[in-house]
Design a protein around this ligand. Sequence first.
Ligand code: ATP
Length: 258
Amino acid sequence: MNAPGPDTTLVDTLIDCREAARTYGRGENAVVAVHGATCQVRSGDRIAIMGPSGSGKSTLLHLMAGLERPTSGKIGWPALGRPATARDIGVVFQSPSLIPALDVVENAALPLVLSGTSESEARRRALSALDAVGVADLADKLPEELSGGQAQRVAVARVLALRPRVVLADEPTGALDRATGRHVVDVLLDTAAELGAALVVTTHDSTVGERLTERWPMHEGRLVATAPAPAASGPRTAPRARPNATRGETSETRGETS
Ligand SMILES: Nc1ncnc2c1ncn2[C@@H]1O[C@H](COP(=O)(O)OP(=O)(O)OP(=O)(O)O)[C@@H](O)[C@H]1O
Protein backbone atom coordinates (compact mmCIF):
# COMPACT_ATOMS: atom_id res chain seq x y z
CA MET A 1 0.00 0.00 0.00
CA ASN A 2 1.30 3.43 -0.87
CA ALA A 3 1.14 6.41 1.41
CA PRO A 4 -1.06 9.30 0.35
CA GLY A 5 1.03 11.49 -1.93
CA PRO A 6 1.07 15.27 -2.06
CA ASP A 7 0.07 15.28 -5.74
CA THR A 8 -2.81 17.77 -5.83
CA THR A 9 -3.71 16.69 -9.39
CA LEU A 10 -5.29 13.59 -7.85
CA VAL A 11 -7.48 15.19 -5.20
CA ASP A 12 -10.61 15.00 -7.32
CA THR A 13 -9.67 11.71 -8.98
CA LEU A 14 -12.09 9.18 -7.59
CA ILE A 15 -10.85 6.18 -9.58
CA ASP A 16 -7.36 5.90 -11.02
CA CYS A 17 -6.60 2.91 -13.26
CA ARG A 18 -2.97 2.43 -14.21
CA GLU A 19 -2.35 -0.28 -16.75
CA ALA A 20 -4.95 -2.32 -14.91
CA ALA A 21 -5.44 -5.75 -16.45
CA ARG A 22 -7.55 -8.76 -15.59
CA THR A 23 -6.96 -12.27 -16.85
CA TYR A 24 -9.24 -15.19 -16.04
CA GLY A 25 -7.88 -18.72 -16.03
CA ARG A 26 -4.36 -19.88 -16.68
CA GLY A 27 -2.21 -21.25 -19.46
CA GLU A 28 -4.04 -22.28 -22.60
CA ASN A 29 -7.37 -21.40 -20.98
CA ALA A 30 -6.37 -17.87 -20.03
CA VAL A 31 -8.74 -15.13 -21.17
CA VAL A 32 -7.51 -11.56 -20.99
CA ALA A 33 -10.75 -9.73 -20.20
CA VAL A 34 -9.07 -6.34 -19.78
CA HIS A 35 -5.66 -5.39 -21.13
CA GLY A 36 -3.75 -2.65 -19.30
CA ALA A 37 -6.38 0.08 -18.92
CA THR A 38 -5.21 3.55 -17.93
CA CYS A 39 -7.97 6.03 -17.20
CA GLN A 40 -9.39 8.22 -14.46
CA VAL A 41 -12.83 9.02 -13.18
CA ARG A 42 -13.27 12.41 -11.56
CA SER A 43 -16.01 14.17 -9.65
CA GLY A 44 -18.86 15.14 -11.93
CA ASP A 45 -17.85 12.83 -14.78
CA ARG A 46 -20.59 11.24 -16.91
CA ILE A 47 -18.91 8.40 -18.80
CA ALA A 48 -20.22 5.63 -21.04
CA ILE A 49 -17.91 2.64 -21.54
CA MET A 50 -19.09 1.29 -24.86
CA GLY A 51 -18.38 -1.93 -26.68
CA PRO A 52 -19.84 -5.18 -27.91
CA SER A 53 -20.56 -8.17 -25.72
CA GLY A 54 -17.36 -9.69 -24.37
CA SER A 55 -15.25 -6.57 -24.87
CA GLY A 56 -14.44 -6.35 -21.15
CA LYS A 57 -16.80 -3.58 -20.00
CA SER A 58 -18.16 -5.39 -16.95
CA THR A 59 -14.72 -6.54 -15.90
CA LEU A 60 -13.35 -3.00 -16.08
CA LEU A 61 -16.32 -1.74 -14.05
CA HIS A 62 -15.74 -4.41 -11.41
CA LEU A 63 -12.07 -3.44 -11.24
CA MET A 64 -13.03 0.21 -10.79
CA ALA A 65 -15.40 -0.73 -7.95
CA GLY A 66 -12.76 -2.82 -6.22
CA LEU A 67 -14.96 -5.90 -6.61
CA GLU A 68 -12.16 -7.65 -8.51
CA ARG A 69 -8.42 -7.28 -8.22
CA PRO A 70 -6.33 -6.55 -11.28
CA THR A 71 -3.94 -9.36 -12.20
CA SER A 72 -1.44 -6.65 -13.14
CA GLY A 73 -1.39 -2.89 -12.88
CA LYS A 74 -3.12 -0.87 -10.21
CA ILE A 75 -6.44 0.61 -9.28
CA GLY A 76 -6.46 3.47 -6.80
CA TRP A 77 -9.05 5.74 -5.23
CA PRO A 78 -6.93 8.82 -4.54
CA ALA A 79 -9.73 11.17 -3.53
CA LEU A 80 -10.88 8.69 -0.89
CA GLY A 81 -7.43 8.10 0.55
CA ARG A 82 -8.27 4.43 1.19
CA PRO A 83 -9.71 1.42 -0.63
CA ALA A 84 -13.21 2.00 -1.93
CA THR A 85 -16.21 0.45 -0.21
CA ALA A 86 -19.82 0.02 -1.33
CA ARG A 87 -20.63 3.28 0.42
CA ASP A 88 -18.13 5.12 -1.77
CA ILE A 89 -18.82 3.38 -5.07
CA GLY A 90 -22.34 2.15 -5.65
CA VAL A 91 -22.82 -0.48 -8.33
CA VAL A 92 -26.06 -1.02 -10.26
CA PHE A 93 -25.81 -4.47 -11.82
CA GLN A 94 -27.36 -5.58 -15.09
CA SER A 95 -29.81 -7.70 -13.19
CA PRO A 96 -31.42 -5.81 -10.28
CA SER A 97 -30.59 -8.75 -7.95
CA LEU A 98 -33.29 -7.94 -5.40
CA ILE A 99 -33.79 -10.36 -2.53
CA PRO A 100 -37.11 -12.14 -3.18
CA ALA A 101 -38.15 -12.47 0.46
CA LEU A 102 -37.67 -8.77 1.26
CA ASP A 103 -40.06 -6.06 0.20
CA VAL A 104 -38.91 -3.09 -1.85
CA VAL A 105 -38.01 -0.77 1.03
CA GLU A 106 -36.20 -3.58 2.86
CA ASN A 107 -34.22 -4.31 -0.31
CA ALA A 108 -33.29 -0.65 -0.72
CA ALA A 109 -32.30 -0.36 2.95
CA LEU A 110 -30.32 -3.60 3.15
CA PRO A 111 -26.82 -2.35 2.20
CA LEU A 112 -27.14 0.44 4.75
CA VAL A 113 -28.20 -1.98 7.48
CA LEU A 114 -25.36 -4.32 6.55
CA SER A 115 -22.89 -1.48 6.83
CA GLY A 116 -24.04 -0.56 10.32
CA THR A 117 -26.76 2.05 9.87
CA SER A 118 -29.67 1.63 12.26
CA GLU A 119 -32.76 0.01 10.75
CA SER A 120 -34.91 3.09 11.29
CA GLU A 121 -32.39 5.43 9.66
CA ALA A 122 -31.77 2.95 6.80
CA ARG A 123 -35.50 2.72 6.18
CA ARG A 124 -35.86 6.49 6.18
CA ARG A 125 -33.05 6.88 3.64
CA ALA A 126 -34.37 4.00 1.55
CA LEU A 127 -37.83 5.57 1.38
CA SER A 128 -36.34 8.90 0.41
CA ALA A 129 -34.29 7.20 -2.34
CA LEU A 130 -37.33 5.28 -3.59
CA ASP A 131 -39.22 8.56 -3.73
CA ALA A 132 -36.40 10.18 -5.69
CA VAL A 133 -36.53 7.48 -8.37
CA GLY A 134 -40.33 7.54 -8.47
CA VAL A 135 -41.20 4.19 -6.91
CA ALA A 136 -42.03 5.09 -3.30
CA ASP A 137 -45.56 3.77 -3.87
CA LEU A 138 -44.07 0.30 -4.37
CA ALA A 139 -42.33 0.26 -0.98
CA ASP A 140 -44.25 -2.68 0.42
CA LYS A 141 -44.28 -4.78 -2.76
CA LEU A 142 -42.19 -7.91 -3.20
CA PRO A 143 -39.70 -8.06 -6.11
CA GLU A 144 -41.87 -10.64 -7.91
CA GLU A 145 -44.61 -8.02 -8.16
CA LEU A 146 -42.40 -5.52 -10.04
CA SER A 147 -41.84 -4.98 -13.74
CA GLY A 148 -38.26 -5.06 -15.02
CA GLY A 149 -38.08 -1.27 -15.15
CA GLN A 150 -39.50 -0.90 -11.64
CA ALA A 151 -37.03 -3.47 -10.30
CA GLN A 152 -34.13 -1.66 -11.94
CA ARG A 153 -35.28 1.63 -10.38
CA VAL A 154 -35.33 -0.06 -6.97
CA ALA A 155 -31.76 -1.22 -7.65
CA VAL A 156 -30.82 2.40 -8.41
CA ALA A 157 -32.56 3.55 -5.20
CA ARG A 158 -30.58 0.95 -3.24
CA VAL A 159 -27.40 2.66 -4.49
CA LEU A 160 -28.78 6.18 -4.03
CA ALA A 161 -29.62 5.42 -0.39
CA LEU A 162 -25.92 4.74 0.23
CA ARG A 163 -25.03 8.22 -1.10
CA PRO A 164 -21.87 7.08 -2.86
CA ARG A 165 -19.43 9.42 -4.59
CA VAL A 166 -19.43 7.28 -7.73
CA VAL A 167 -22.28 5.36 -9.34
CA LEU A 168 -21.22 2.53 -11.64
CA ALA A 169 -24.01 0.99 -13.70
CA ASP A 170 -23.37 -2.21 -15.65
CA GLU A 171 -25.65 -2.43 -18.71
CA PRO A 172 -28.51 -1.04 -16.63
CA THR A 173 -30.83 -0.95 -19.64
CA GLY A 174 -29.75 -4.25 -21.17
CA ALA A 175 -32.91 -6.13 -20.23
CA LEU A 176 -35.37 -3.26 -20.74
CA ASP A 177 -37.34 -1.94 -23.68
CA ARG A 178 -36.15 1.34 -25.12
CA ALA A 179 -38.63 3.65 -23.37
CA THR A 180 -38.09 2.02 -19.97
CA GLY A 181 -34.34 2.03 -20.55
CA ARG A 182 -34.46 5.74 -21.34
CA HIS A 183 -36.27 6.34 -18.07
CA VAL A 184 -33.71 4.35 -16.09
CA VAL A 185 -30.93 6.45 -17.65
CA ASP A 186 -32.89 9.59 -16.67
CA VAL A 187 -33.02 8.27 -13.11
CA LEU A 188 -29.28 7.50 -13.08
CA LEU A 189 -28.43 10.98 -14.39
CA ASP A 190 -30.77 12.64 -11.88
CA THR A 191 -29.38 10.46 -9.09
CA ALA A 192 -25.78 11.34 -9.92
CA ALA A 193 -26.69 15.03 -10.07
CA GLU A 194 -28.49 14.87 -6.73
CA LEU A 195 -25.56 13.13 -5.08
CA GLY A 196 -22.92 15.23 -6.81
CA ALA A 197 -21.50 11.85 -7.84
CA ALA A 198 -19.58 10.68 -10.88
CA LEU A 199 -21.50 8.30 -13.14
CA VAL A 200 -20.02 5.51 -15.27
CA VAL A 201 -22.35 3.36 -17.37
CA THR A 202 -21.38 0.37 -19.51
CA THR A 203 -23.51 -0.18 -22.57
CA HIS A 204 -23.49 -1.50 -26.09
CA ASP A 205 -26.40 0.82 -26.96
CA SER A 206 -25.35 4.03 -28.68
CA THR A 207 -28.60 5.75 -27.69
CA VAL A 208 -27.61 5.22 -24.05
CA GLY A 209 -24.03 6.32 -24.72
CA GLU A 210 -25.24 9.54 -26.27
CA ARG A 211 -26.88 10.52 -22.99
CA LEU A 212 -23.50 10.65 -21.22
CA THR A 213 -20.92 13.40 -21.60
CA GLU A 214 -18.00 11.13 -22.54
CA ARG A 215 -17.86 7.86 -24.40
CA TRP A 216 -14.97 5.46 -23.94
CA PRO A 217 -14.98 2.79 -26.66
CA MET A 218 -13.78 -0.66 -25.63
CA HIS A 219 -12.75 -3.39 -28.02
CA GLU A 220 -11.39 -6.86 -27.21
CA GLY A 221 -10.41 -5.84 -23.69
CA ARG A 222 -8.79 -2.55 -24.63
CA LEU A 223 -9.94 0.99 -24.03
CA VAL A 224 -9.66 2.58 -27.44
CA ALA A 225 -8.44 6.17 -27.35
CA THR A 226 -10.14 8.29 -29.96
CA ALA A 227 -9.56 11.85 -31.01
CA PRO A 228 -11.36 14.34 -28.80
CA ALA A 229 -14.44 15.75 -30.47
CA PRO A 230 -14.32 19.47 -31.26
CA ALA A 231 -15.58 21.35 -28.23
CA ALA A 232 -18.51 22.87 -30.06
CA SER A 233 -19.78 19.65 -31.55
CA GLY A 234 -20.23 17.52 -28.50
CA PRO A 235 -18.62 15.55 -25.72
CA ARG A 236 -15.10 14.30 -25.60
CA THR A 237 -14.72 10.64 -26.39
CA ALA A 238 -11.17 9.90 -25.28
CA PRO A 239 -10.36 7.96 -22.12
CA ARG A 240 -8.33 10.31 -20.03
CA ALA A 241 -4.88 9.12 -19.19
CA ARG A 242 -3.43 12.00 -17.28
CA PRO A 243 0.34 11.81 -17.69
CA ASN A 244 0.95 14.25 -14.83
CA ALA A 245 -0.85 11.88 -12.49
CA THR A 246 2.05 9.47 -12.74
CA ARG A 247 4.28 11.85 -10.79
CA GLY A 248 2.83 10.76 -7.48
CA GLU A 249 1.49 7.48 -6.27
CA THR A 250 -2.17 6.92 -5.79
CA SER A 251 -3.22 7.03 -2.18
CA GLU A 252 -4.36 3.45 -1.96
CA THR A 253 -3.85 0.66 -4.41
CA ARG A 254 -4.92 -2.90 -4.78
CA GLY A 255 -3.77 -5.77 -6.89
CA GLU A 256 -0.19 -4.87 -7.49
CA THR A 257 1.60 -7.07 -9.98
CA SER A 258 3.18 -9.93 -8.20
N1 ATP B 1 -15.43 -14.96 -14.25
C1 ATP B 1 -14.97 -15.17 -15.50
N2 ATP B 1 -14.29 -16.30 -15.81
C2 ATP B 1 -13.80 -16.51 -17.05
N3 ATP B 1 -13.93 -15.62 -18.08
C3 ATP B 1 -14.61 -14.49 -17.82
C4 ATP B 1 -15.16 -14.19 -16.53
N4 ATP B 1 -15.76 -12.98 -16.59
C5 ATP B 1 -15.61 -12.55 -17.86
N5 ATP B 1 -14.90 -13.43 -18.59
C6 ATP B 1 -14.52 -13.28 -20.00
O1 ATP B 1 -13.88 -12.03 -20.14
C7 ATP B 1 -14.27 -11.40 -21.35
C8 ATP B 1 -14.88 -10.05 -21.05
O2 ATP B 1 -16.11 -10.27 -20.35
P1 ATP B 1 -16.97 -9.05 -19.78
O3 ATP B 1 -18.17 -9.64 -19.13
O4 ATP B 1 -16.12 -8.14 -19.01
O5 ATP B 1 -17.40 -8.33 -21.17
P2 ATP B 1 -18.61 -7.35 -21.43
O6 ATP B 1 -18.16 -6.40 -22.48
O7 ATP B 1 -19.09 -6.76 -20.16
O8 ATP B 1 -19.72 -8.31 -22.01
P3 ATP B 1 -21.33 -8.24 -21.87
O9 ATP B 1 -21.73 -6.97 -22.54
O10 ATP B 1 -21.79 -9.46 -22.60
O11 ATP B 1 -21.64 -8.27 -20.41
C9 ATP B 1 -15.21 -12.37 -22.05
O12 ATP B 1 -14.46 -13.14 -22.97
C10 ATP B 1 -15.73 -13.23 -20.92
O13 ATP B 1 -16.08 -14.53 -21.37
